[in-house]
Design a protein around this ligand. Structure first.
Ligand code: ZN
Length: 80
């Protein structure tokens, strides 16, 4: 309706996966812990931002280039 590109991603483990290296923590992060720290690659970021990046990766977007990006226009359904 608003010419936005909507992609559905599986929500499982988005708070447990590392946005940088893709490693998954063994235990879910308690909600009180607001910072995600990867034990594999050492990446540290706010948990919501890390989760958002995981979702961007799952949607097929490159998180490094995602900030500030706006859809250019209607998506051609034939190209999807
Ligand atoms: Zn990592």
């Amino acid at each position: 309706k608003h010419a936005r590109d909507v992609r559905l991603v599986h929500p499982a483990h988005t708070t447990m996966d590392c946005a940088r290296c893709g490693a998954r923590t063994k235990h879910a992060l308690p909600l009180s812990m607001r910072t995600y720290a990867c034990t594999v690659c050492g990446a540290v970021s706010p948990r919501d931002k890390n989760s958002a990046h995981v979702m961007l990766v799952r949607a097929g977007w490159n998180p490094d280039g995602a900030e500030g990006v706006r859809p250019l226009g209607p998506v051609d359904p034939e190209a999807a």
